[in-house]
Design a protein around this ligand. Structure first.
Ligand SMILES: [Zn+2]
Ligand SMILES: [Zn+2]
Length: 198
C-alpha cells in the first residue's frame, strides 16, 4: 500500500483534502482487497478535489486508465466497485472537525480581513497540520459511513482509431469527430467554423 508521503509527492502539497482521500482509498482497499492493477477496481468520485489525487495514487483507479469516473456533484462520496459483478462499497465522509478555540477563531477573522502577518500565517499552518494529523489518525468508523453496494458498472475504457481533422490536421479519435460539409472535423474546429459562418 502506498504511504501518505508518496501521495503528497504526487499531489505537490499537503492538505486536509488529500488526507481524506488517502483514508478513503485505505478504507476501500481494506474492504475490497488489492490495488487495481488493470481494471478490476473502478472508483466513482462525486467531487473534484485534492482527495481525488490521493485516491488515484493509492487505489490505482486513474483518470487516464478510465477506471476513475468523476460525477461532480460536490459531494464527499466515493464508490468503489469491482468488475465484473459491480459489488463494492460506498464511502461517505461524515467526520466533523473538532470545534476551534477562541484564539483560532480570531485568527481566521484577522486572515479574512487581509492580515498575513507571520503570527497569523503560522497559527493557520499549525491548525491545518493538526487537522491533517487528526484525519490520518482517526478510526475509519469516525471518518466515514461505509456500506456495501452493488451497482451498474460504468462502460469500460475503449480504444478508438484516430483520424486527422480536415481543418487543423491534428489527430482526433474517430467517434469525437463531426462531419461538416463532407469534411471530418475535431470539435474545436467545428466551433471555429460555426463562428466564421455566423
Ligand atoms: Zn491539496
Ligand atoms: Zn481540428
Amino acid at each position: 500500500m502506498k504511504n501518505f508521503e508518496e501521495v503528497v509527492q504526487f499531489h505537490g502539497h499537503v492538505c486536509p483534502g488529500l488526507a481524506f482521500g488517502f483514508r478513503v482509498a485505505q478504507a476501500a482497499l481494506e474492504a475490497l482487497g488489492d490495488r487495481s492493477r488493470d481494471e478490476e477496481l473502478v472508483a466513482v468520485v462525486e467531487n473534484r478535489s485534492c482527495a481525488v489525487d490521493a485516491i488515484q495514487v493509492v487505489s490505482g483507479c486513474t483518470f487516464g486508465k478510465g477506471n476513475l469516473v468523476v460525477r461532480d456533484y460536490g459531494k464527499q462520496v466515493y464508490t468503489f466497485l469491482k468488475r465484473p459483478h459491480g459489488e463494492g462499497v460506498r464511502i461517505s465522509v461524515k467526520w466533523i472537525a473538532p470545534p476551534e478555540d477562541q484564539e483560532m477563531t480570531s485568527c481566521w477573522q484577522r486572515f479574512s480581513q487581509g492580515d498575513r502577518s507571520t503570527e497569523v500565517m503560522r497559527a493557520i499552518k499549525a491548525h491545518k497540520g493538526r487537522k491533517i494529523q487528526a484525519i490520518l489518525q482517526a478510526d475509519m468508523a469516525e471518518l466515514f459511513e461505509i456500506r456495501r453496494v452493488k451497482e451498474q458498472l460504468p462502460e469500460q475504457a475503449r480504444v478508438y482509431p484516430s483520424i486527422r481533422c480536415a481543418r487543423c490536421g491534428e489527430k482526433v479519435m474517430e467517434p469525437m469527430a463531426l462531419m461538416v460539409d463532407d469534411r471530418l472535423l475535431c470539435l474545436p474546429c467545428v466551433e471555429i467554423e460555426k463562428g466564421v459562418e455566423s
